[in-house]
Design a protein around this ligand. Structure first.
Ligand code: NAD
Length: 437
């Protein structure tokens, strides 16, 4: 199949490279000329494990190309995917569809023969109808079908997720889209990944419902963690105790500083807005959004309490800035709110992250970036572990303690054992663990 991917970000580049690896002929397009120049020069604009080798292999095989100009490739394509961003619109919380609409207009103008146009971006219910209208307006004689194919990959494990998805969801209104979409994903369902064909609006809603459910699950265990702290229970065991029930499942039950990232915050908000507009409010998700928002600054208060109740003039060390490990993505990372609240309270911040510091610099200009976890701990009144990178799992705690102003570890991901830390002479604060756990 000849595939064009519009938007070469986390989703577009991974999907494009994986489609090429399946044997399809893929052109990845992006408006960002610097991104395309970097890709053409053999570089990768984002950090995603394994992506550099996958891209290099498929470029060398002649199956993957990059360009800023979609017109030629779209004219020749069997399937065109829209994988551009759909951030939160300023002011009202709805998804900003301006990039999707602009891409649809450009695609419309470039279509030359029957083509399936697919929204892979996460888009609100009804966006497919609008994409169809825009293309028709741009090119009244074009032959095309608009499908929805939401993406479920997770950053940090994106290639594995793309190649072994739990399911593939495709929403169509025009039967002519079924054949090409089946062909695009044939290698995956040969590997037993189920493909669910449904109507387009249903497919669009599946993506938001999935993300909202996962965000709700995280928020549930976070609230249970707060209760654990009050009643002397251990959330790690509560999580295991409920997660072993197959009806509940153990995933997304890790208590922490609140969900962040490029998807959950914006998608929960957009779903809440859609539901309100249709007079079918999703109160569980409205509450999820509100609880998660307040949680991040509450984490800063936890750090302040652990540091003795006042951080003015003190240094706080931060381990991990990205919203989760194995990515350089800083979008809506909990570290942003936590650090801001600590700075508001008068603290000076020293931070280390294995991959996120370049992206963080633009968002957090007033902190000191250092080259190792040990440097982050230097002179600190407390060290807060915010992102659970593997590099933080086996720290030389003796060395950390020796350089700190006071041996205080606030482990917002519960990766250390309280008793061990206390034996080493630390004051330890985790999430949802009673002080003597
Ligand atoms: P991103 O910001 O990393 O990438 C989007 C890219 O699109 C940018 O490089 C931008 O320059 C480009 N672009 C914008 N308008 C364009 C146009 N008209 N023509 C060509 N290129 C254009 O975003 P992302 O994280 O890859 O997310 C893309 C979509 O996928 C979003 O809707 C997101 O919700 C969804 N999604 C993301 C993830 C994830 O983990 N990042 C997972 C599932 C779904």
């Amino acid at each position: 199949m000849r595939i064009v991917m519009i938007g070469s970000g986390y989703v577009g580049l991974v999907s494009g490279a994986c489609f090429a690896d399946f044997g399809h002929d893929v052109v990845c397009v992006d408006k960002d000329a610097k991104k395309i120049a970097k890709l053409e020069a053999g570089g990768i604009p984002i950090f995603e494990p394994g992506l550099d080798q996958l891209v290099a292999k498929n470029v060398a095989a002649g199956r993957l190309r990059f360009t800023t100009d979609l017109s030629g490739p779209v004219g020749d394509a069997d399937v065109v995917f829209i994988g551009v961003g759909t951030p939160t619109r300023r002011g009202d919380g709805h998804a900003d569809l301006s990039y999707v609409h602009a891409a649809a207009r450009e695609i419309g103008a470039a279509l030359k023969r029957f083509t399936v146009v697919v929204t892979k971006s996460t888009v609100p219910v009804g966006t497919g109808d609008e994409v169809e209208r825009i293309i028709r307006e741009a090119n009244p004689s074009a032959e095309f079908a608009v499908a929805s194919n939401p993406e479920f990959l997770r950053e940090g494990a994106a290639i594995e997720d793309f190649k072994r998805p739990d399911r593939i969801v495709v929403g169509i209104e025009d039967e002519r889209a079924r054949g090409p979409m089946t062909e695009v994903y044939r290698p995956l369902f040969l590997n037993h990944s189920p493909i669910l064909f449904t109507r387009r609006r249903t497919s669009e809603l599946i993506k938001y419902a999935a993300n909202a459910f996962l965000a709700m699950k995280i928020t549930f265990i976070n609230e249970v963690a707060d209760l654990c702290e009050k009643v002397g229970a251990d959330v790690q065991d509560v999580s295991r105790g409920i997660g072993l029930d197959n009806r509940i499942g153990s995933k997304f039950l890790h208590a922490g500083p609140g969900y962040g990232g490029s998807c959950f915050p914006k998608d929960t908000l957009a779903l809440v807005k859609t539901a309100q507009d249709h007079d079918a409010p999703l109160r569980l998700i409205e509450t999820t959004v509100a609880v998660n928002d307040t949680r991040k600054r509450a984490m800063a208060r936890k750090v302040i309490a652990a540091a003795g109740g006042d951080v003015r003039g003190k240094t706080i060390g931060i381990l991990g800035l990205t919203f989760k490990p194995n990515t350089d993505d800083m979008r809506e990372a909990p570290s942003l709110s936590i650090i801001q609240a600590l700075q508001d309270a008068g603290a000076t911040i020293r931070a280390y992250d294995p991959e996120g510091m370049d992206a963080a610099r633009a968002l957090l200009p007033d902190i000191t970036y250092v080259a190792s976890p040990y440097e982050a701990a230097e002179g600190a009144a407390a060290l807060a572990l915010v992102t659970e990178w593997d590099a933080f799992r086996a720290l030389d705690l003796g060395r950390i303690k020796a350089v700190m102003a006071a041996p205080v570890l606030v482990d917002l991901r519960n990766i250390y054992k309280p008793a061990e830390l206390e034996r080493l002479g630390f004051r330890y604060a985790g999430i949802g663990r009673a002080a003597d756990a």
